[in-house]
Design a protein around this ligand. Structure first.
Ligand SMILES: *Cc1c(COP(=O)(O)O)cnc(C)c1O
Length: 457
């Protein structure tokens, strides 16, 4: 009797496998592991010896190169373009001044940033004043200096209407407009809504106030926008408002301000592909924005100036954080953990980005998936959740890439003080541009009620 009964294929249970950051993909893995021993020809080791660890390093060369390529993308496609540097992205004076030397105006979102721009020598009429929180005194100063006030809400508009009654100068204003650009959640908490006619309502009120001049229309649709197309929708909505203003009051709007929000080439946390491959380029954004405005139907003489307030895309690449390994340990589940002397206190963007970390010296070929922690006594102080890195030893130096945006403004003084910031100039000279904080930085601001001075333990 034949026993050749065919065996049934065995059922295999489906399973979910954890994605491993270090596995070989089409990009290979080795490229992640080139040591970064120098930044703009300066040895990382020397920077750490001279300025301590950790230390932020800014490349003047990269700022200028990035700015020029962004400007070129727009200027070659549109006749009138002006950038305004977003102070909150990085308001270290040396950084702002590089942008001003390149020709950027200032874009500020608070009174103290406004003050910084003035002190940096930016003429008042080249400052754009954004944000929902402007005091009466700040509004008066902005009118006096002929800065453009980007009105955020009706209460601010009413304040202005009251202020201009008694001011000698007219107020130069723009409104911030929010709108549906197909990217959700909508950023509708800033400015006046387009779809509900709120923006048009604000425009009408401004046009009826003799002491106010509506010079621009502004929007800032979000940040790290991965679809350039959203800017096309936004631009067409601002163009529509400009056309209607022309039709109703025969008034040409001087500028359309598309705000910031262009993605840098950082990799967002949880993103499958690296930022280098998926972030739109300046050319992509420029093409959508400029062709929308150019084709909208403005008469040649009415073509508005195109204003841009790009922040992170202009500065991220120019910033590095150099630091050192404090310790290695094994977690209870067997994973390797490396503890650095920098954490989320000074690297706020670690919450959003998978920052690339490179060893700053030669290393072994052995690598392992690991968690990279910061030095804080706080569980959320993780620089990388899971990254495949060569085995680093205590005292080894590392370089974190693309940290120029938001870290040097959102850093906090929790547990550790803020470190030195240096800038490498075009000739490769290193300049200290912000001193590290000391215990006095804290205590100078404090005072102690007399009855608390004495105690016995
Ligand atoms: C923050 C901000 C910017 C810069 O945004 P990025 O996303 O860094 O380009 C520009 N304009 C306004 C009004 C902002 O608040």
């Amino acid at each position: 009797m034949s026993t050749e009964t065919k065996e049934k294929l065995r059922y295999e249970r489906p399973m979910i496998r954890k994605m491993n950051a270090g596995l070989m993909n089409k990009f290979g893995t080795r490229t992640e592991y080139q040591p970064t021993s120098h930044i703009d020809t300066v040895p990382v080791k020397r920077i750490i010896e001279q300025y301590g660890s950790p230390c932020f390093v800014i490349s003047e060369r990269t700022i200028r190169k990035t700015y020029q390529s962004a400007l070129r993308a727009f200027k070659t496609r549109y006749p009138k373009v002006q950038f305004a540097w977003s102070y909150k992205t990085n308001y270290l004076d040396a950084v702002c001044k590089v942008f001003h030397q390149e020709g950027a105006w200032a874009e500020v979102v608070s009174g103290f940033e406004y003050e910084k721009a003035i002190r940096n020598g930016v003429p008042g009429n080249k400052i754009l004043f954004n944000g929902p929180d402007k005091t009466i005194a700040e509004l008066k100063q902005a009118i006096e200096n002929e800065s453009t006030i980007h009105i955020d809400h009706f209460d601010e508009l009413y304040d202005l209407i009251e202020i201009v009654e008694t001011s000698k100068k007219k107020a130069k204003v723009a409104i911030r407009v929010n709108m549906d650009v197909g990217v959700y959640p909508l950023w509708d908490r800033f400015g006046f809504n387009y779809e509900s006619y709120q923006a048009w309502n604000a425009i009408t009120k401004i046009m009826n106030c003799e002491k106010m001049e509506l010079v621009g229309l502004h929007t800032h649709i979000g940040t790290f926008m991965l679809t350039a197309g959203a800017y096309g929708i936004a631009a067409s909505k601002l163009c529509d408002l400009a056309m209607n203003i022309k039709a109703k009051w025969n008034k040409s709007i001087q500028y359309i301000d598309m705000g910031g929000g262009f993605a840098s080439t950082n990799t967002l946390r949880g993103s499958y592909l690296p930022g280098n491959d998926i972030s739109p380029s300046f050319d992509d954004y420029a093409e959508v924005i400029t062709s929308t405005i150019l084709n909208y139907g403005f008469k040649q003489e009415d073509l508005p100036l195109l204003m841009l307030e790009s922040g992170r895309a202009l500065i991220d690449d120019a910033g590095y954080l150099v630091g050192s390994v404090l310790a290695n340990k094994r977690l209870a589940d067997g994973r390797r953990a490396t503890i650095m002397d920098f954490g989320v206190n000074i690297l706020f963007t670690a919450f959003w980005y998978e920052h690339k970390i490179s060893p700053a010296q030669e290393f072994t070929h052995h690598s392992e998936d690991m968690v990279v922690y910061g030095p804080l006594c706080m569980n959320i102080d993780k620089v990388r959740e899971s990254v495949n890195l060569p085995l680093l030893n205590r005292g080894d130096h590392v370089v974190v890439h693309k940290v120029g945006a938001y870290n040097m403004t959102q850093w906090m003084q929790f547990i550790a003080m803020r470190p030195n910031v240096v800038m490498i100039d075009m000739k490769g000279e290193v300049h200290l541009i912000r001193k590290n904080e000391t215990i006095e930085t804290l205590t100078d601001l404090e005072s102690i009620p007399a009855h608390l001075n004495a105690f016995k333990l």
